[in-house]
Design a protein around this ligand. Sequence first.
Ligand SMILES: Nc1nc2c(ncn2[C@@H]2O[C@H](COP(=O)(O)OP(=O)(O)OP(=O)(O)O)[C@@H](O)[C@H]2O)c(=O)[nH]1
Ligand SMILES: [Mg+2]
Length: 349
Amino acid sequence: MGVKCGIIGLPNVGKSTIFNILTNLSVPSLNFPFCTINPNIGFSPIFDKRLLELKKIICPKKVTKTFIKIVDIAGLVPGAHKGEGLGNKFLDNIRGVDSLIHVVRVFQDENIIHIQKKIDPINDIKIINTELIFSDIEICEKSLLLNKRNKYLDKNILLQERELLKKCLLHLEKFSFLKDVKFSEIELSFLKSFKFLTLKPTLFLINSDSKINDKLLLERVKNFLKNDCIKIIFPTSYSTSDLIKRNQDTNISEIISSIYHNLNLKTFFTVGVKEVRAWPFLKNSSAVEVAKIIHSDFSKGFIRAKVISYLDFIKYKSESNAKKFGKIRLEGKDYIVKDGDIIHFLFNV
Ligand SMILES: Nc1nc2c(ncn2[C@@H]2O[C@H](COP(=O)(O)OP(=O)(O)OP(=O)(O)O)[C@@H](O)[C@H]2O)c(=O)[nH]1
Ligand SMILES: [Mg+2]
């Protein structure tokens, strides 16, 4: 349930440290590579002032914030796509999430082991990107083989799939991420089943501390990543107590909101006297996909979605009043849900 965001990067770069900050948990984050093997899972709640407005009108028993489900994944090493350092297992864990936070070590602390033995964040980024690209190339090649052997599916569909996979391969071999390639809506829906790693929305998170003496390095990394990054700078003396202090900082909720928006996450609401609740969904999701976020039965037995926009609800102050003014719409499975939609799913299982 919910939208999953995976934390990825080289081993020992601070992924679990950041996971702990974002989720308020305390999983082990120790100074040795592969401290994390099995994924850690936690939740980061998102502040949304629209919930407060809805609460004022509805006075529900309970208000529940939207959240991101964060998955802390083991580090990847060079050759991961060929199975190095349990790479295939970890790449599979990455395949299972919807979006990625790629943690980049910029902090310079000689006590903390770097598997590449030197601080070179741009090279580190390229290592991880290469592994993601190679892994997608492998998926393309395997899927092309399966496609050619497939005797059951319609020939036209198989041909369409083949052309699309070749298009992907062409871009991947030029070292482009699939998320940067222009695909039509139909192509994108075809691509969903392959769970390509480079198609996932990705945000880079620069992990540094204020002890850093090479300020130019920080700038170089920021320039290399352009707009796709946010940075976390720890206080000078990095320690667990700093982390706790940092955790109480309002800055953290800004970082979480920034992750939410940068990863193309939007919010829809369900409202009732029992509970007013905000839910996360990936931009451009259809009504039936969004229904599944609440419960798989909602999508299996989907009939219709009754939708009011947030602004209309605030203006007309109740569902019945909004209905009088024609502001309630009945939408089908393919309706593309908008940020702020207040939805009531009609289903039958
Ligand atoms: N000096 C300094 N140390 C940090 C910073 N961030 C994390 N560390 C330390 O780096 C070590 C590794 O941190 P983790 O969070 O376990 O790293 P990881 O990427 O999860 O590591 P694996 O799970 O082994 O891949 C720990 O000792 C952290 O305390 C930082 O900004 N500055
Ligand atoms: Mg870890």
